[in-house]
Design a protein around this ligand. Structure first.
Ligand code: GLN
Length: 313
């Protein structure tokens, strides 16, 4: 008898998590934001939320972590809602860099002098500066409110310790922001934009929240519970395309071959991914590979995708 997908997941998900967990030993927990270094090296959790409301989780899916770069997908969407495509893409490009997420190297080489894409740090900082609001607090509040609606969780909040930790040590991001200010691409001052950026990176979630946010993308912007449009379909399309081309940074090509799904990683070890029309998925595994993506998380998603034939390609 051929098992259906949910039965396979129910039967094997825990076992796949345990098999992939072992690879964490070969990874490194991020230390450049001191507070992130406290995460458990071999933690691995996953939560899958189906379009019909079914869900399944395995491993340490309940443990909270900060969104970090995963937040960049949704601030991009909010900036698109605020200003439209033409305005956003006059300040940030659409091409992968092939460099690390925090690389400063190509900033000076780009013609026009705008960051290559909205998912590298420099691009996300520009996007943060475009969010509408009277001041940093109001802009951050709009971001948090939007994220809460997408996650279906009015309790989403900042991890203040991670926020402070990055704010005190994020000098590479600070230097990028000064460069962008000099080029006239920042919509506000350096400390204001960094406050907005560090705050959305430090929003605390668990795998279920990521899965719910991912499911909205999987459903072309519709609220899974009510069907209400939370994001215009065109902006979901743009976000998913960036997730495929740049979502795993300079590991995006390898991930497209291995899993073939839109995804976005963060240095806390989170990965948000989705199967269009079917699943939103949240994964966490803090030990990272050299590209800054969760080593066990990538393996788990590749395993799921290959076993269940989810690749888009
Ligand atoms: N807050 C992190 C930073 O700016 C986000 C990077 C990431 O998650 N890759 O360095």
């Amino acid at each position: 008898m051929v098992m259906n997908e949910w039965d396979q997941l129910k039967q094997h998900l825990q076992e796949w998590v345990e098999e992939c967990r072992g690879t964490s030993a070969a990874g490194t927990v991020a230390e450049y934001i001191p507070e992130l270094s406290k995460a458990k090296q071999d933690m691995l959790g996953v939560y899958l939320l189906g379009a019909q409301g079914l869900s399944i989780s395995a491993g340490e899916a309940q443990i909270p972590f900060t969104m970090q770069s995963i937040s960049k997908v949704f601030t991009l969407i909010l900036a698109l809602i605020d200003h439209g495509e033409a305005a956003v893409f006059s300040k940030v490009g659409m091409e992968p860099t092939g460099d690390n997420f925090n690389s400063i190297m190509k900033l000076e080489l780009a013609q026009p002098a705008i960051p290559f894409n909205p998912l590298i740090n420099a691009g996300a900082i520009v996007v943060s500066s475009m969010i509408k609001g009277a001041n940093a607090a109001e802009k951050s509040e709009r971001i948090l409110t939007f994220f809460r609606e997408l996650a279906g969780n009015s309790g989403l909040a900042y991890d203040e310790q991670v926020y402070r930790s990055e704010s005190e040590t994020g000098h590479l991001n600070r230097s990028m922001a000064y460069f962008l200010l000099d080029k006239g691409i920042l919509g506000c001052g350096v400390e204001e934009v960094l406050d907005i950026y560090f705050r959305h990176c430090s929003i605390q979630v668990c795998c279920k929240d990521l899965a719910r946010m991912a499911l909205v993308l999987a459903l072309d912007g519709a609220d899974p519970a009510t069907g209400k449009t939370l994001i215009p379909r065109r902006y979901v399309q743009i976000a998913k395309t960036f997730m495929v081309t740049c979502g795993m940074y300079n590991g995006s090509g390898e991930f497209a071959i291995g899993a073939g799904l839109p995804a976005k990683s963060g240095v806390s070890g989170g990965i948000l991914t989705l199967v269009p029309g079917r699943y939103g998925i949240g994964v966490v595994g803090p030990a990272l590979n050299p590209k800054g993506n969760s080593i066990a998380g990538v393996q788990l998603i590749e395993r799921l995708s290959q076993t269940l034939d989810w690749s888009l390609f």
